[in-house]
Design a protein around this ligand. Structure first.
Ligand code: UD1
Length: 420
């Protein structure tokens, strides 16, 4: 198993390129199930989750190639509609094949993803919405067995909670349904917006893109023509590197970013005292004389992303005063706290609220990654800590960060990947 060794602290400098967004890539790959023609997706991040979903499609009978950040996917030979446990259990987002498989074939079996480190993460809202669209849903032997032999029909769906992959699944199912589907309280994340735009371009009429009410006019079973897609830049990867610049109080530049997707992240960094130079698809963070403490509450987009919560907690260890971070989306997303304590952090937890007292002189430590974003928070703390930090179990990081140690090395960090 690999681990990362970091020697800190040192200032960073220079420029790196941000990859395509993992969370946009996954629904886009799943959407190719709806296409009659070969689809080409570029700016794909070379990360484990993307490879896992491609493997799942291949297991269903699709053909694909993936090199230099571009995949060609042809799902015309899909013969199997069972998404097996062995693949789904390694990545929850595999559930994104549920909507498109059911819409295209009128039947599918998708392994239930099960719980994960940050919370229970049920898919009840996906299933309830598909039932409203006329599917019969049964859970048997750990699988969701869905049938809609006469096809799905459009209806009005009001999500009890805002769910990103839930909205994406239903948008994809609605694309081939008969009639109009209205989604109320849908997710507005840029990744959902890109999926809707791609489906629209491929022949589905969709109104309300970017709002929380989506109206999708299904094609009644007619397959789409998804040709070329370029995945949007990863706002969470970009936010993580901005935090790397901030925690080491350095000037670094990120290229291939879309800062309009990053308002909440940039605003919080500005409140903490950092300034930015923003040009077209480039952002530079500048050092500050003093880092201010911060108050953060995670929320759905355009609010502060839960996927940046752990990284900001690491950064707030350097702030002059008491920061408060409230996690509203997931019930157990503070697993990184006990690992940050190993660096000497002062953090107290009360239910879903963390109180962080800074500034702390962090000392390098051996720490264990628990989930994708928590792992990056540990790397950030390692960049600021004095001495050697070893971050273990980095397979979590490899799920969503492309070449993390190479990008950080290019910025001057002393970081290397080693074998346990
Ligand atoms: C997506 C992102 C993940 C991000 C999360 C929240 C992808 C591949 N992953 O995950 O990085 O952290 O959004 O921004 O895009 N819920 C239910 N029932 C459901 C569905 C969700 O109760 O059927 C709850 C969840 O437990 C959670 C909340 O709704 O508390 C939001 O979850 P959701 O938006 O669905 O997260 P994901 O789509 O899994």
């Amino acid at each position: 198993m690999d681990y990362l060794q970091i020697e800190g602290p040192n200032r960073l400098s220079g420029k790196i390129k941000i990859s395509g967004a993992k969370n946009a890539a996954l629904p886009l790959i799943a959407s190719t199930i709806l296409s009659k023609s070969e689809s080409k997706i570029s700016n794909l991040p070379n990360v484990k989750d993307v490879k896992t979903l491609l493997k799942l499609l291949s297991n269903l009978g699709a053909k694909y190639s993936f090199e230099d950040g571009s995949a060609k996917i042809d799902t015309s030979s899909t013969s199997n509609t069972k998404a097996v446990y062995d693949i789904v259990r390694t990545m929850r987002a595999s559930v994104l094949v549920l909507g498109p498989l059911l819409a295209r074939f009128g039947h599918c079996e998708v392994s239930l993803p099960g719980g994960c480190a940050i919370g229970q993460r049920p898919i009840d809202l996906h299933l309830k919405a598909l039932s409203l669209m006329g599917a019969s849903i049964e859970i048997k032997n750990g699988y969701v067995i869905a049938n809609a032999k006469k096809g799905l029909r459009g209806t009005r769906i009001i999500f009890d909670k805002v769910t990103v992959t839930g909205t994406e699944n239903i948008v994809m199912a609605a694309a081939l349904a008969k009639g109009k589907t209205t989604i109320v309280n849908g997710a507005k994340e840029p990744e959902v917006v890109q999926l809707c735009e791609v489906l629209k371009e491929a022949g589905v009429e969709i109104e309300g893109i970017g709002s929380d009410v989506l109206e999708i006019y299904g094609t009644d079973g007619e397959l789409l023509d998804i040709k070329e897609i370029k995945v949007i830049p990863d706002r969470i990867e970009a936010g993580t590197y901005l935090c790397a610049g901030a925690i080491t109080n350095s000037k670094i530049t990120l290229q291939n970013v879309n800062t309009s997707h990053m308002d909440a992240i940039i605003t919080k960094l500005q409140e903490m005292g950092f300034s930015f130079d923003i040009k077209k698809d480039e952002i530079t963070i500048n050092p500050t004389n003093s880092i201010n403490p911060v108050k953060i509450t995670t929320k759905e987009y355009p609010g502060f992303p839960t996927d940046m919560q752990a990284q900001f907690m690491a950064l707030s260890l350097m702030a002059n005063g008491v920061s408060i971070i409230e996690e509203r989306l997931f019930e157990n997303r503070f697993m990184h706290v006990s690992e940050l304590l190993r660096f000497g952090a002062k953090i107290s937890l009360n239910a879903n609220i963390a109180t962080i007292t800074g500034p702390t002189k962090l000392c390098g430590a051996d720490v264990m990654a628990t989930d994708l974003r928590a792992s990056s928070a540990l790397v950030l703390a390692g960049l600021a800590a004095k001495g050697v930090t070893n971050v273990h179990r980095i397979y979590h990081l490899d799920r969503g960060y492309e070449s993390l140690e190479k990008k950080l090395s290019a910025l001057g960090a002393k970081i290397q990947r080693l074998k346990e």
